[in-house]
Design a protein around this ligand. Structure first.
Ligand code: SPD
Length: 353
């Protein structure tokens, strides 16, 4: 009953969640007292985990110790027994960190990428930056290779170039052409300097705001797109819809990350529906926690930090996303309208920008 009671209480506050979300948060709290680790383990949005924890504190089932760790009270422990819940256990392959793709499969690529990743500028809040680890970026490239989406392909990388995925793709020297678009000119400069230094002449980076429609020459022109959209619906449409509009057609593929830290499974259902019904693609892969994000310096300024039930920030990696691959079957139906929606980075589920 408690799971449903908490779910209903939070729903009244406008938070979309299911009883399984509450169960996952309780199971995470059984193995960690660190709020950010609990968000990670339970795969919750920050508003969801914050409100569930606050409700458990209010009901005297949890308390905060002197180091701001969350602990069950005796009453809380009795309840866990009653609910017959077991603490969460992370079971994933230590060799590939659960990605199914070992980043060290191509050590030369990894080492060369690290050289350039050292030049990466600090993340900017205005563009919701927070880059993935170098191991993640290299694994993304190897994932493309594994799926036959790298060699001889024309590849478009859209936004999130703080991850330097476009640079890493180009470093393989395997695609036919790489075009990188990002709003942040610091990253565009870094990429173009790297291509010049290395004599890579089939890759180019350009400043572009993905809220704007693509010019004709980018439509139906690429075999593969890669992106990592902010999690609002308008950003999803702008990034993924435009990506699909850029694809040549049957057999072309798209890659992007979707997180559960800034969006709920309810929104994932909308995204997935949109992929199939609006964009006409099939989802071929969804790899859990493929993308690990390094903490960003502006955390204290974010809504996530303000609504958290604890003042202390995250220690280790807590923000992850799933890696999606979609493929065009007969014909993709992309989206190429201007997006003027102000709610591009933040909405009721998102909080880390
Ligand atoms: N603001 C935190 C960093 C977020 C990076 N973007 C993740 C997008 C997932 N689709």
């Amino acid at each position: 009953m408690l799971l449903e009671e908490i779910r209903d209480e939070l729903k009244r506050k406008g938070i979309r969640l299911s009883r399984r979300n509450v169960e996952r948060i309780l199971r995470a709290l059984m193995v960690s007292g660190d709020f950010w680790e609990v968000v990670d383990i339970s795969e919750s949005t920050v508003p969801m985990a914050s409100e569930v924890v606050k409700e458990l504190l209010r009901r005297n089932l949890l308390f905060k110790d002197d180091s701001e760790n969350l602990r069950f009270t005796e009453e809380g422990k009795d309840l866990l027994k009653e609910l017959n819940l077991v603490g969460f256990e992370r079971i994933s392959c230590p060799a590939c960190q659960g990605r199914g793709i070992p980043f060290y499969w191509d050590l030369d690529l990894y080492r060369e990428f690290l050289e350039f990743a050292r030049r990466r500028p600090e993340p900017v809040r205005d563009y919701d930056q927070g880059s993935v680890t170098p191991e993640t970026t290299v694994s993304r490239v190897l994932f493309l290779k594994d799926r036959g989406d790298l060699e001889g392909k024309e590849i478009l990388v859209m936004g999130a170039e703080d991850d330097l995925t476009g640079l890493a793709v180009a470093l393989t020297r395997l695609p036919k052409r790489v075009l990188i678009l990002d709003i942040d000119e610091r990253l565009i400069k870094l990429d173009n300097e790297a291509f010049k230094e290395l004599g890579i002449d089939n890759a180019e980076a350009m400043v572009f705001d993905l809220r704007e429609p693509f010019p004709k020459e980018w439509l139906r022109s690429f075999d593969v797109f890669i992106t990592d959209p902010p999690e609002t619906y308008s950003a999803f449409k702008a990034f993924v819809g435009r990506g699909i509009a850029s694809l040549k057609g049957e057999g072309s593929a798209g890659y992007f990350g979707l997180t559960l830290r800034d969006s709920s499974l309810f929104r994932w259902r909308d995204f997935q529906k949109s992929l199939i019904e609006d964009f006409g693609v099939v989802i071929t892969d969804i790899v859990k926690n493929f993308n690990d994000y390094q903490n960003w310096g502006y955390h204290q300024e974010t809504k996530a930090s303000q609504i958290a039930p604890v003042k202390k920030g995250p220690k280790g990696i807590w923000y992850r996303s799933y890696w999606y691959r979609v493929e065009v079957l007969e014909e993709g139906k992309g989206f190429n309208e201007r997006i003027s929606d102000e709610v591009f980075y933040l909405d009721e589920e998102g909080s880390t920008t």
